[in-house]
Write a protein that binds this ligand. Structure first.
Ligand code: ADP
Length: 490
């Protein structure tokens, strides 16, 4: 079985959030399972800086129509394997399994999707280029995949292109498509004028095509045309069929209900392992949970907060955007501060939310530390050093931070939604609350604090959380089974 994963990001080559983690982990798990898998990514500046020397130019040139222009691109290839220690090994190769689509005008930029001031204005062009470049590369290099697995709106037009412009292409005769929605909040919505960029004319501008309230919606291409749609948790798969969580697409999704399934994400146990984590000062595991405390001491020292190690320290790591519940955090924190709780926040996103969180630090500098930005090493230190992690999301397709927190014995306090309710067991491995209000969040934190002062129960919960298996093994198996069913091997 030949499988292509096509994504706008995959760790360690590029990552802004969960999408990168998930696609990177799937690639690695499939290699380990002996699947003939290829990964297609844009060659971003950050990718070039780290991985260019591991790649070779495939020496092919292809042209991609983007609106009225034909744009030319290149592709660089590497071969990736996984050693017995679970490390990725790279070799430059022209017959590899890692394909970087190169077009410097679009991808050689500081950021993946945009800056603090907003998304790049040519994102429609950039990801039409990427999607069509992938298809052109398959044609030119005669790559015949049984499964093309696309991820999120950036690649959602591929299943539509396969049913239209590429329908007659022998290369895709037997190809089945899987489209994964990692987050329905991001749909690739553009002004109507951008329809031309996709290569389609007005015939596609209708409710069963790409039209969405007078705009163009790339995600609809994937939702209508993929053979199977998956999303990243069983609960989210049900939630998105409702107007509350459907982000305007619940009607479309209800039409495809029979072909929609939820497969929970895992985390990479090589990267997220407190027993081996190179970023933390004191490694620890189930056998020596008490050693976690040294990471707390280090985090306190590092952040300069004035809290004592005996007092509870709560972390937040994530994108500072509407989805993540920052507004109820901002409302709740002044009350919680009075209880002697300290906070470490790490994240970046919309400047409004970044500003709100920074304001908290200036109000309570001895109890709050804020880092605005993306720092993998600091994230590891917070997962290991905090007692608890806040995840009060409005909605959460799966969520990885609660899984990482549990692996590090850091008790997650989460809103009961999507993947959070599929993975965290209330009062056993974490604390869940229902209502999206700061009061409900505060009550959940109080429940945690009560447990924090009841050491036998706290250690019971920590070890219960650390014992749960959130490795990719079982989730990647489910994808493989799905592929096999699709191509008729099951
Ligand atoms: P989402 O995909 O919605 O951003 P997830 O919980 O699924 O959220 O995944 C977030 C991932 O990104 C986790 O690995 C988390 O540790 C990481 N992350 C988010 N923000 C930051 C940041 N500012 N610095 C470092 N890592 C971050």
């Amino acid at each position: 079985m030949k499988v292509a994963l096509v994504s706008a990001e995959a760790y360690p080559f590029s990552k802004t959030g969960g999408l990168g983690d998930v696609v990177g982990a799937l690639f690695k798990e499939f290699i380990k399972a002996g699947i003939d898998v290829s990964l297609f990514l844009p060659l971003y500046r950050i990718t070039k800086d780290k991985f260019f020397n591991y790649t070779l130019n495939a020496d092919i040139v292809y042209g991609v129509p983007v609106g009225s222009n034909t744009l030319f691109g290149a592709v660089r290839i590497a071969h990736v394997s996984v050693d017995s220690d679970d490390n990725l090994i790279f070799e430059p190769s022209k017959k590899g399994n890692l394909f970087f689509i190169e077009h410097n005008n679009f991808f050689d930029r500081d950021e993946l999707y945009g800056t603090n001031y907003g998304e790049y204005l040519d994102n429609a062009e950039r990801f039409v280029f990427f999607s069509r470049a992938f298809l052109e590369i398959c044609k030119i290099m005669n790559l015949k995949f049984d499964i093309i697995h696309c991820h999120d709106w950036h690649t959602a037009l591929i299943p539509l292109y396969l049913r239209t412009f590429y329908r007659e292409c022998s290369c895709f005769e037997r190809t089945k498509t899987v489209f994964t929605v990692h987050n329905l909040g991001y749909q690739g919505i553009f002004p109507r004028e951008k329809l031309e960029v996709t290569g389609f004319g007005q015939e596609m501008f209708h409710i069963d095509g790409l039209e969405f309230y007078g705009m163009v919606n790339f995600l609809k291409g994937g939702l209508f045309n993929a053979d199977i749609i998956t999303t990243v948790s069983p609960t989210y798969a049900k939630e998105i069929l409702t107007p509350e969580y459907g982000a305007g697409l619940d009607g479309v999704l209800r039409k495809r209900k029979e072909n929609l399934i939820g497969i929970i994400n895992g985390i990479d146990y090589k990267i997220w392992n407190p027993e081996e984590d190179p970023f933390i000062v004191q490694k620890y595991g189930l056998q020596n949970i008490h050693d976690k405390q040294k990471n707390k001491e280090n985090l306190i020292a590092l952040t300069g907060i004035k809290s004592s190690v005996q007092e509870p320290l709560i972390g937040f790591i994530g994108r500072m955007v509407y989805q993540k519940g920052i507004d109820i955090i901002v409302e709740a924190v002044p009350k919680l501060i009075k209880e002697g709780i300290s906070f470490v926040f790490e994240g970046s996103g919309e400047s409004y939310y970044e500003h709100k969180i920074k304001e908290l630090q200036s109000m309570y500098p001895s109890q709050i530390f804020t880092f605005i930005g993306f720092d993998e090493a600091l994230a590891h230190k917070i997962y290991a050093g905090a007692d608890s992690l806040l995840i009060p999301s409005r909605y959460e397709p799966c969520g990885l931070s609660q899984l990482i927190a549990m692996r590090y014995g850091t008790i997650p306090i989460c809103r009961k939604t999507g993947g959070l309710s599929d993975t965290v067991e209330d009062n056993i491995t974490g604390f869940l609350f229902n209502e999206y209000t700061s009061d409900a969040l505060i009550n959940a934190v109080y429940r945690f604090i009560e447990t924090y002062h009841n050491k036998p129960k706290l250690f019971q919960m920590i070890s219960e959380a650390m014992k749960r298996d959130f490795s990719w093994r079982s989730s990647s198996k489910k994808y493989i089974e799905l592929y096999e069913v699709l191509i008729g091997e099951r």
